[in-house]
Design a protein around this ligand. Structure first.
Ligand code: PMP
Length: 464
């Protein structure tokens, strides 16, 4: 019989054994992880994590793009504790509300662009995007255009892992499992200049890539298209930063055909780009915005959809009952943490810090990393960035997939106290927004060391 031993008496090996025996991890080859053993993270402070062996690790991924205010913020801990004592949960069904979601809704309407005066809460980003699918289709139904069902998204996009979220996403490996995408969701190519447009200037490519949306609208039939959805910067796809010309042209096309524009702000929201929301950085006016992660800095699960006036007016005045919602739509404790988090972002001036100080400092660091023999391209947007690892900087030749150069580099990062993520041959990061310039320099030294170790290994193994 299994006995559950107390936390403090368990060794790393104990944790790994129990983990392998019972815990199925997300996006994981269960068998291979069980053989290898998980890394066990036991505590955190500010931008640092510690594992069960006592190693200190600089978390350049903010957990999973979410711990924007850094670890250990007392205001968030207090907000959760207070709310758990007072009223841990009550639902928002049956004509009832609790104070925290009302307060958070008010605050969200203050920090989002002016067209947003309503919010629908969910438990996660994926549930937010499921809500988007249901809401845009309902919107067109109510307007007497039920044939408008099709949502256009992009290849290599990530919009979550539920049936609708994964369908909206453009990840081929996800579509290959479980019969996705669901009907009525189609994809166009992504605005990835390095891979698809290097024969053109970035600006020309941005316009070309946006017009793939127009081509798709005409192919599907403009009267059948309900909405276009995109991340301002594709995060999980590898921090693909679109050319400046891309989003304005997307806006023009959506306006011309009257289709709804949805900005998935799950990663880009709450200051990541140096603006409150990514759509503001790129100059677009979405009708709907999905958010999650940064709304609570990941301290507790929460997501939602900001509903712009165009959609809200129709849904409220003509829609009748919207047959959709979750147990945790407006969870009081999650929303109380959201309120404390947004207040803290304001108090610390984090959006301005990213725009004026940390973002430009990271950009400068990435500029200097361009001299490294492995780095073919280095780009940032606010406090997220990507380094493209190449075999030959002059020709831009890439390493063959079998080498798995990103995973090799990621291994050196883990081994040297730095968490960066590998997406194919792109090394990506999105560190906590509280990062100081001194901490960015510290991160820069770690990155350079890991790139050097990767280069040494590549030469030793004859990969270049
Ligand atoms: N949209 C985007 C842009 C995301 O990056 C993610 C998660 N990484 C999601 C949606 C899904 O969010 P969740 O994992 O909270 O369901």
């Amino acid at each position: 019989m299994n006995t559950v031993t107390s936390r403090t008496t368990r060794s790393t090996a104990d944790w790994q054994r129990a983990d392998a025996a019972h815990f199925l991890h997300p996006f994981t080859d269960f068998q291979s992880l069980a053989r290898k053993g998980s890394r066990i993270i036991t505590r955190a402070d500010n931008i640092y994590l510690w594992d069960s062996e006592g190693h200190k690790i600089l978390d350049a991924m903010s957990g999973l793009w979410c711990v924007n205010v850094g670890y250990g913020q007392q205001a968030l801990i207090d907000a959760a504790t207070r709310q758990l004592r007072e009223l841990p949960f009550y639902n928002a069904f049956f004509q009832t509300a609790t104070p925290p979601p009302i307060e958070l809704a008010e605050l969200l309407c203050e920090v989002t662009p002016p067209q947003f005066n309503h919010v629908f809460f969910t438990g996660s980003g994926s549930e937010g995007n499921d809500t988007v699918v249901r809401m845009v289709r309902r919107y067109w139904d109510v307007l007497g255009q039920p044939q408008r069902q099709v949502i256009i998204s992009r290849k290599n996009a990530y919009h979550g892992s539920t049936m609708a979220g994964a369908s909206l996403g453009g990840m081929a490996a996800m579509h290959a499992q479980g019969g996705l995408p669901i009907p009525g969701i189609v994809h166009i190519e992504q605005p990835y200049w390095y891979a698809l447009g290097r024969s053109m200037s970035r600006d020309d490519f941005g316009r070309v890539a946006a017009r793939w949306l127009e081509d798709k609208i005409l192919e599907v039939g403009p009267d059948k298209v309900a909405a276009f959805i995109g991340e301002p910067v594709q995060g999980a796809g590898g921090v693909i930063i679109p050319p400046e010309t891309y989003w304005p042209e997307i806006q023009r096309i959506c306006d011309q055909y009257g289709i709804l524009l949805v900005s998935d702000e799950v990663i880009c929201g709450f200051g990541r780009t140096g603006h409150w929301f990514g759509c503001e950085r790129f100059g677009v006016r979405p009708d709907l915005m999905t958010f999650a992660k940064g709304v609570t800095s990941g301290y507790i699960p929460l997501g939602g959809v900001m509903v712009g006036d165009r959609v809200a007016t129709v849904m409220i005045e003509q829609g009748g009952e919207f047959e959709h919602g979750y147990t945790y739509s407006g969870h009081p404790t999650a929303c109380a943490v959201g309120v404390a988090n947004i207040r803290l972002i304001r108090e610390l001036g984090l959006v301005q810090h990213v725009r004026d100080t940390a973002g430009p400092h990271l950009a400068k660091l990435f500029e200097t990393l361009k001299d490294h023999p492995l780095v073919g391209d280095a780009e940032t947007c606010g406090l997220m960035g990507a380094l493209l690892l190449v075999k030959n900087k002059v020709t831009g030749e890439l390493f063959p997939d079998e080498v798995g150069i990103g995973m090799v580099c990621r291994g050196h990062c883990f081994g040297n106290g730095l968490i960066m993520r590998a997406v194919g041959n792109r090394m990506i990061m999105a560190p906590p927004l509280v990062m100081t310039t001194a901490q960015i320099d510290e991160m820069g030294s770690l990155i350079r060391r890991c790139l050097d170790l990767t280069l040494e290994q590549a030469r030793r193994e004859g990969w270049m």
